[in-house]
Design a protein around this ligand. Structure first.
Ligand SMILES: Nc1nc2c(ncn2[C@@H]2O[C@H](COP(=O)(O)OP(=O)(O)OP(=O)(O)O)[C@@H](O)[C@H]2O)c(=O)[nH]1
Length: 353
């Protein structure tokens, strides 16, 4: 057993519902902090289809990789959600990293937006191979000011966990993110609500996840006591923990070659969001447009909020122009989404009515 926590490699766990700003925070930390060598463990829900090339890695790993000096400092765990099926992956990955532990000052674990932090904490705290080498430094929860209330209010079937609630409850730092999207009154009401779930966490208001680094990193602020006050039976038989019902949320990945017609694509997305924004938790895409040369576009949606712009890296010469989408949400119809997207393809010899 390790005698001092100083010997243990700190893990910062980043949680928060789909689209709350986790990857934005990881990128910000990687770009802004110069003191530490950080290893990033990524776990993402909803992958792009087809994984024959490097760009078909999970979407956030593509974005995070752009901020790292060395690609081997990013490890993706793509076999499921870190809190359930991939938990074995987490144990294995941390186990394999043990021999390289001295190469890093810290680890950042970005969980999926649907991860319940409870099993992650349980695993790190109770698995001796992990607890002898690592410690949780902090659990940071990103709370999307615009959308988190709806996710907290979602009715789940009996025995199922509300992930958004668990994420808030287990955090020692809550970043009230996207404050640009709400009024002062909405922000205050949200903070008051989050306080009823977790009165111990430090709350920091942020835009684009830009929290002062000295307020979130290296503070050893993980607090088992506050977790136990929320869930006094935390260390009881793990089998009895609530079901993490991933079937309630679907992920539809769609990939196809060609160039999109910008106007038709815009119309398709506008119609889709007008009708389905509440059910569409998250939309991500890497796209190629007719008439835009080698510019690769990144599309990001969180319910009705969309962001669209050029990727840092253009299409490489000879690279297959494959558009990749992932839609995450409820009641999604793959056929309908695929048909709608295919109708947005630019065709040289055909005019759309
Ligand atoms: N308006 C606004 N948008 C933001 C803010 N922070 C992040 N975003 C945008 O929200 C979208 C989702 O951000 P991500 O960082 O990818 O969110 P995430 O939690 O990693 O998403 P998942 O991994 O899919 O769960 C992106 O389009 C961001 O640019 C903010 O403070 N204000």
């Amino acid at each position: 057993m390790s005698e001092s926590t100083d010997d243990l490699t700190p893990i910062t766990v980043i949680t928060g519902f789909l689209g709350a700003g986790k990857t934005t925070l990881v990128n910000y930390i990687l770009k802004e902090q110069r003191e530490w060598k950080i290893c990033v463990l990524e776990n993402e829900f909803g992958q792009f289809l087809d994984s024959h090339d490097a760009t078909s890695r999970s979407f956030c790993s593509v974005l995070v990789a752009e901020s790292l000096d060395a690609p081997e400092d990013l490890i993706t765990m793509d076999n499921g959600c870190v809190c359930c099926s991939v938990r074995g992956d987490l144990v294995r990955t941390l186990g394999q990293l043990t021999s390289r532990r001295k190469d890093f000052d810290a680890i950042i674990l970005e969980t999926t937006g649907l991860a319940d932090p409870a099993p992650i904490v349980y695993t790190v705290q109770t698995n001796p191979k992990i607890s002898d080498n690592y410690r949780i430094d902090s659990i940071i929860c990103l709370a999307d000011c615009k959308h988190i209330q709806a996710h907290l209010d979602e009715k789940k079937p009996d025995g199922s966990v509300n992930e958004a609630l668990q994420q808030v409850a287990f955090a020692d730092k809550i970043l009230l993110n996207k404050i640009d999207l709400v009024s002062k009154e909405e922000k205050e009401a949200l903070e008051a609500r989050l306080r009823t779930i977790n009165k111990f966490a430090t709350v920091i208001e942020t835009e684009r996840s830009r929290a002062p680094l000295d307020k979130i990193l290296g503070l050893n602020s993980f607090n088992m006591e506050s977790i136990l006050s929320y869930d006094p039976n935390f260390f009881d038989d793990e089998e009895e923990k609530k079901i993490h019902n991933l079937e309630l949320v679907q992920s539809v990945g769609i990939a196809f070659e060609g160039n999109l017609h910008a106007q038709w694509f815009n119309m398709f997305m506008m119609d889709l969001l007008r009708e389905r924004a509440a059910d569409l938790y998250r939309t991500k895409g890497l796209l190629s447009f007719h008439g835009q040369g080698d510019t690769k576009f990144v599309f990001q949606g969180v319910h009705e909020q969309i962001n669209f712009g050029p990727s840092q890296k253009p299409w490489k010469e000879g690279e297959k122009r494959e558009n990749k989408f992932v839609f995450i949400g409820r009641n999604l119809d793959r056929k309908e989404l695929t048909r709608g997207l295919m109708e947005c393809l630019y065709k040289e010899d055909e005019k759309k009515a």
